[in-house]
Design a protein around this ligand. Structure first.
Ligand SMILES: CC(C)(COP(=O)(O)OP(=O)(O)OC[C@H]1O[C@@H](n2cnc3c(N)ncnc32)[C@H](O)[C@@H]1OP(=O)(O)O)[C@@H](O)C(=O)NCCC(=O)NCCS
Length: 315
């Protein structure tokens, strides 16, 4: 078919088709030597659609030419990874500017004006913890041991204990503290239900991340069984944590069994918390299926996630 007909069927203009051909992408099936007219084959329509989609994904022509020669899923995975990395780095840059502008109001997708600000005093820390704890599927309050580190570190770590308020009412928060090893532990994050999905959770976490970097932290980490997709979306790497709260002999046998069974080939390290032995397994993505499999394999063992994000060294 002529370049005009091919263009109208594939949605790429003749000018674009000519520039692609110069870059070695979508070469015409034939060129009339007398007139120089280009002709395309109907079988090239599918290739044209692939090219159109790859351009939409921001892939350069030289890379597209290589991909069309030898299409692989690895290439797609690579582009997806760099896309996520670029988005994270651009968001990070915007978050840093937002932080420099100070604790001004933010307008959420729902048009409500939200103020992000640090927790004001120890009483507010306790009330905020109660409110955020009530958002968890298994609610906790400030009598829980998880409140104690936050209370101990206030006010030294006040910049990383951030609340979101609408019309003066607290509607969410992210409370973190510095650990002795230079990492920041995000202890609890929550947004009241009617304010969710408006970007408040993400802004809260970004604000704490920026505060953590200003306090020279190298990593942010949290242990959670909830909202794993939310953390993964924000650039946190998942580790499966297995915690044995019972017989140490069982721990030895069962940890060996899962390491040579469902977890074989994965990198891991061992640790302990309050004398409870723990196994940390590195994952590329939050494998909820693997978590279920391990949970079934080790009766009574708690299987959850630790999510962490390393900050690039300051330039
Ligand atoms: C998890 C929670 C804090 C998210 O708050 P939120 O204000 O609704 O989140 P946001 O609107 O900022 O979402 C940020 C991004 O994460 C995504 N996201 C939100 N929840 C998600 C989930 N459960 N899985 C996957 N992605 C999710 C959103 O699509 C959004 O993407 P975008 O910025 O590209 O649009 C909130 O759902 C909550 O309070 N849950 C109960 C408490 C809890 O489980 N806390 C976490 C453990 S401490």
């Amino acid at each position: 078919m002529s370049i005009g007909e091919f263009s109208s069927r594939c949605g790429l203009s003749p000018k674009v088709l000519r520039s692609y051909a110069e870059a070695g992408v979508l070469d015409p099936a034939a060129v009339d030597p007398a007139t120089g007219y280009r002709y395309y084959d109907a079988a090239q329509l599918e290739e044209a659609e692939t090219v159109r989609l790859l351009r939409r994904a921001g892939v350069g022509l030289a890379e597209i030419a290589r991909f069309l020669g030898a299409p692989t899923l690895d290439a797609l995975d690579g582009w997806e990874r760099s896309l996520i990395a670029e988005t994270l780095s651009r968001r990070e840059a915007l978050a840093q500017i937002r932080c420099r502008l100070g604790p001004g109001p933010m307008r959420t997708r729902g048009a409500t004006v939200i103020e992000l600000r640090p927790v004001r005093d120890p009483e507010e820390l306790a009330t905020a913890f109660d409110l955020l704890g009530a958002q968890l599927p298994q609610p906790i309050d400030s009598n829980d041991w998880r409140f104690d580190d936050l209370a101990d570190r206030f006010p030294a770590d006040q910049p990383i204990m951030v609340l979101a308020a609408a019309d003066g009412d607290v509607v969410g928060g992210a409370l973190a503290f510095r650990e002795d090893n230079g990492a920041v532990a995000l202890r609890i994050v929550g947004v009241v239900e009617s304010f969710r999905h408006r970007g408040i959770g993400r802004r809260l976490v970004e604000r704490v991340e920026t505060g953590a970097r200003l306090l020279a932290a190298h990593t942010m980490a949290l242990g959670t069984d909830e909202a794993i997709g939310f953390w993964y979306h924000l650039g946190y790497t998942p580790h499966l944590i297995l915690q044995w709260a019972y017989d140490p002999d069982l721990y030895e046998a069962e940890s060996e069994a899962v390491l040579s069974g469902p977890l074989s080939g994965l990198r891991f390290w061992r640790s302990s918390f309050n004398q409870i032995p723990q196994l940390f397994v590195e994952l590329d993505e939050p494998r909820l299926d693997l978590r279920r499999t391990v949970q079934e394999a080790v009766a009574g063992c708690h299987v959850g996630f630790m999510m962490s994000k390393k900050f690039p060294a300051a330039s």
